[in-house]
Design a binder for this molecule. Sequence first.
Ligand SMILES: Cc1cc2nc3c(=O)[nH]c(=O)nc-3n(C[C@H](O)[C@H](O)[C@H](O)COP(=O)(O)O)c2cc1C
Length: 182
Amino acid sequence: MNSAKTLDEIAAVRRSIRKYDGSKDVSREELETIIRFAQEAPSWKNQQTSRYHVVCNPDIIAKLRECLGGTNPQKTEGTKALIVTTFRRNIVGFNREGVPDNEVGNGWGFYDLGLQNAYLLLKAAEEGLDTLVIGIRDEPSIRALLNIPEDETIAAVIAVGHRAEEPQRPPRKELEKIATFY
Ligand SMILES: Cc1cc2nc3c(=O)[nH]c(=O)nc-3n(C[C@H](O)[C@H](O)[C@H](O)COP(=O)(O)O)c2cc1C
């Protein structure tokens, strides 16, 4: 599905979804489409250190859901893919000798991954897919389950499926509270 929505429309339709319709599938092609679009995000020196571990197998999804914290296992019932998002650490923000370019260090790796993930969320919304970014999760059990290499830092897990709820838009702060003009 691609109905030529504007960016404003896509941003308005995207919501964090915490109730999914398990009867609706998500294809491998759709997942590849949103990941390809995410790759268009900028990255530090075009290093592209972000990685996606895409779980579509229902048995592994069930195990991965058990690695999610709080009420996230329930919220992800009926999702058709869980994408564990990581980045290769100590590259972005570091020089060839492995010395950080500035005080942010591996924060730049998180920055690049977050940018890329934002693209992924928006493309998913354009394609008629719904998502939930999950930060509350058990890192060691996810690493062990998927055998994620030690040189990758695990950040968010992104659930992908089809919504079975229509949540309200959580309010945003006044622009004056978050932007300072000089
Ligand atoms: C880094 C990050 C981690 C998050 N972790 C969780 C989470 O563990 N569980 C959850 O239900 N929502 C989680 N969220 C979703 C936020 O609560 C949500 O984006 C916010 O309330 C705004 O709502 P909206 O996405 O519908 O605009 C997370 C969002 C981000 C960006």
